[in-house]
Unconditional design. Structure first.
Length: 358
């Protein structure tokens, strides 16, 4: 971990264009960086957290639709350390401001397994538990042990365990209710046992089969996931985007049977959540493609030609236009299937936030 020295944060007016990967123009009237957790209690005593700052990692899942009225606080705490080790596993504690993919790359280089399938997911370590990041059959919750968070309500630190995090599909405690917690670090348990790796996700299995790899190691999985992601997901530095823009909707079996009678090729997966019994998850990318929006552009926005679930920004457009574009795409899916898509990204704005978002 870095040496933690209490210091005053740097407050200033800041353009947010480079601080969220969708790259819309927006300005924070007050912006500051948190480098160490020792900055937090003094700020709390000054009543600063009463103003409900927007917490920002790398802004890869946050879209500023308008200038935020609230202050913006970028979490920039750094450090990775092994906090416990046994013969078969290690516990790794990483600070919230670390880049997630760099943590994965570090783990793979040490030969520690568990997060290689989560390679190239954009964003920071601190943002990972918020939406329980997941890809290729693995979710953060599979390796998660605990996290340390600062209560913006009470001004105290707390260790929060896995049960309390209430992880679900792209969801957790941190996505619901009044925002209370500022995540400072995350601890995950990684394995030294290479038999416990997960390679059964369809596209991953197919890719490995093509390479003739039958028992993939950590490095094989990492390379495969990186290649697959690079081949179908656009690099936000070249074409601004937030990865999957909508969640894969979970629908009732009844609706599924109805849709299937009209679209026999409609794919469905287990909803993967005990609260969703009698439900299935439908790939939103498939719905959007069927509704005719894959590779289609309107003004400054479009649904990516290689993957219909990724909304891309061709540049120069604002939040109003994005909102209108979202309405068109979700409207087309609703008309065709009777299924309402919901954003997976966190939309921040004063007037046009969809009802499901904070
Ligand atoms: N599909 C289409 N057309 C498309 C795209 C997808 O028909 O243009 C259908 C195909 O049937 C495909 C299925 O959708 O088999 C699933 O596609 P994919 O494997 O790409 O997964 P996804 O459900 O679209 C989720 C995550 C991704 C993650 C992948 C891989 C969500 C919202 N997204 O996408 O996460 O990389 O699985 O595991 O759950 C992200 O969150 O930003 C993200 C990229």
């Amino acid at each position: 971990m870095t040496v933690e020295v209490a210091e005053r944060p740097h407050f200033k007016t800041q353009s947010l264009e480079g601080y969220h990967s969708m790259g819309l123009k927006a300005t924070a009237s007050e912006f500051f960086l948190i480098h160490t957790k020792h900055q937090l209690a003094p700020l709390w005593r000054e009543g600063w957290f009463d103003r409900r700052p927007v917490l920002l990692g790398e802004g890869t899942n946050t879209v500023f639709i308008t200038d935020p009225k609230r202050p913006v606080c970028k979490i920039a705490m750094k450090g990775i350390r092994i906090s416990d080790e046994s013969e078969s596993s290690v516990r790794v504690q990483a600070a919230a401001g670390e880049n997630w993919h760099q943590l994965v790359t570090w783990a793979v280089a040490q030969n520690y397994g568990g997060i290689e399938n989560l390679a190239l997911i954009p964003g920071t370590v601190g943002a990972a538990p918020v939406q329980n990041i997941g890809a290729y059959g693995v979710e953060l919750s599979d390796v998660f042990e605990e996290l340390e968070a600062f209560s913006m309500k009470h001004g105290t630190f707390k260790t929060i365990g896995r049960e309390e995090c209430r992880f679900g599909y792209r969801s957790s405690l941190f996505k619901h209710g009044e925002p209370e917690w500022l995540i400072c670090s995350v601890s995950i348990r990684l394995t030294k046992d290479h038999h416990k790796l997960s390679s059964s996700y369809q596209s991953l299995e197919t890719y490995l089969e093509k390479l003739g790899i039958q028992t993939p190691g950590i490095g094989d999985l990492y390379q495969a996931v990186c290649s697959i992601r690079k081949s179908k997901l656009p690099d936000p530095k070249i074409l601004p985007n937030c990865g999957s823009f909508f969640k894969n909707p979970v629908i009732s079996m009844e609706r599924f049977r109805h849709c299937k009678s009209m679209f026999p090729d409609m794919p469905a997966y287990p909803a993967g959540d005990s609260t969703a019994k009698g439900h299935v998850k439908i790939p939103a990318g498939w719905l959007i493609e069927k509704a005719g929006w894959k590779g289609r552009r309107k003004g400054g926005f479009g649904m990516y030609r290689q993957h219909a679930l990724v909304l891309v920004h061709f540049g120069g457009s604002g939040g109003g236009e994005l909102h209108a574009f979202m309405e068109e795409v979700t409207g087309a899916v609703l008309n065709l299937f009777g299924i309402q898509l919901e954003p997976e990204v966190h939309l921040i704005g004063d007037t046009i936030i969809p009802s499901t978002q904070t």
